[in-house]
Write a protein that binds this ligand. Structure first.
Ligand SMILES: NC(=O)c1ccc[n+]([C@@H]2O[C@H](COP(=O)([O-])OP(=O)(O)OC[C@H]3O[C@@H](n4cnc5c(N)ncnc54)[C@H](O)[C@@H]3O)[C@@H](O)[C@H]2O)c1
Length: 345
């Protein structure tokens, strides 16, 4: 590598700080420009990182010609921004959820292919230390057969500090299911190396603001035939973030960012979790490795699409009141190569 990769950031809202920190802590890339419609946001972060501020991201990309862009925009802008940046020859790290629906994801994937650039999706939970350790334990086979998974993610979704667009279905694609549920779907698929293939979902819409769902109860099944129950709650509920995997020879309990516990029939015992870099650094490093060395990208556009297909099936299920298949080519391929990289660099 002759010079660090140049990076331009599109959208300087709530999540931008963590991406900027991740880039600052690696020496393989540098932020050259930051764009936000709200000029003061772009200026504040640009000043702190020695970058140039813009209000128009197209203007920024045309002038700065970055190697990579990070897109942190409201969900309805993911598709147009990612496609346009791919057309300019930039690799793209696009925040999750990949887009509003599967059709939009396909358009983004096609744009990446057409232009020979990588599309990575911000499924950064694959880089949580306790998820990496749990995946290794699952793969070792020492826990026997996986028989059931339950996943809970609850927290005050309708809080004052949440930007308005998140609560407007047209701009966000939905509420807790598309936004928080996409993390649950990702961690279940990634840790087990499977795909969700069926969903029966019941949602509720009791939020005091906006028109998006505030809870989702998802009964699902993986490509290996394992039943999964995911609860996503956004009302005034106790904060919870937990995945429990039941095996024939034990139970794994993950409390995200806190601990990994294992029972082999008795009380839960903590499992030592090797320390890893911050997940946003892990995610960024994975993208740089894929760009530079062509290594497998487990957070590829195809993978992001597989998550959106489950979200879409959940919304269809709620509307029809029936179980829905996940309409996916990735599901049928998952047993062959569950984390296939879409890109050959
Ligand atoms: N990985 C995670 O855990 C995680 C956490 C939070 C948010 N996110 C995702 O990150 C993305 C951004 O979320 P956020 O919480 O930062 O939202 P936000 O509303 O705080 O930030 C979005 C920013 O985009 C700017 N913007 C809107 N339209 C623009 C345009 N046309 N050009 C330039 N800037 C424009 C807004 O002014 C705002 O500053 C979403 O996809 C969200 O789901 C991911």
């Amino acid at each position: 590598m002759e010079k660090p990769y140049s990076v331009a950031i599109i959208g300087a809202g709530q999540i931008v700080k963590i991406h900027l920190e991740a880039i600052r802590k690696t020496d393989r890339s540098r932020v050259t420009a930051i764009a936000d419609l709200v000029e003061s946001r772009a200026r504040e972060w640009a000043a702190e990182h020695g970058a140039t501020a813009y209000t128009d991201y197209r203007d920024m990309v045309l002038k700065e010609k970055p190697d990579i862009v990070i897109i942190n925009l409201p969900h309805f802008l993911h598709r147009p921004a990612a496609i346009w940046c791919a057309e300019q020859g930039c690799h793209v790290l696009l925040e999750k959820p990949m887009a509003l629906n599967a059709a939009e994801c396909m358009e983004i994937i096609e744009a990446g292919k057409r232009n020979g650039v990588l599309i990575a999706i911000g499924h950064m939970q694959q880089f949580f230390a306790e998820h990496v350790a749990a995946k290794a334990l699952i793969q070792s086979g020492e826990l026997g057969e996986l028989v059931e998974i339950s996943d809970r993610r609850c927290g005050a979704y309708f809080r004052e500090s949440r930007p308005e667009w998140f609560l407007d279905k047209e701009r966000s694609g939905g509420g807790v299911v598309i936004n928080l549920g996409s993390h649950s779907i990702d961690r279940i698929q990634w840790m087990t190396g499977s795909r969700i293939v069926k969903v029966k979902a019941k949602l509720t819409h009791y939020g005091q603001r906006g028109n998006v769902e505030g809870s989702g109860s998802l009964f699902m099944e993986t490509s290996e035939g394992v039943p999964v129950h995911a609860t996503i709650g956004g009302y005034d509920n106790a904060p919870e973030n937990e995945t429990v995997l039941l095996f024939t020879k034990g139970t794994l309990r993950i409390r995200q960012r806190k601990e990994l516990l294992l029972s082999k029939g008795g009380a839960y015992e903590p499992v030592p979790v090797p320390k890893l870099a911050d997940p946003f650094i892990g995610q960024w490093t994975a993208l740089l490795d894929a760009v530079e060395h062509g290594t497998e990208l487990t957070i590829s556009g195809e993978y992001g699409l597989s998550v959106l297909e489950v979200v879409e099936a959940a919304y269809r299920s709620h509307e029809t009141g029936t179980e829905q298949p996940v309409l996916s080519t990735s599901a049928t391929n998952s047993k062959i190569k569950p984390q296939a990289c879409a890109w050959e660099n």
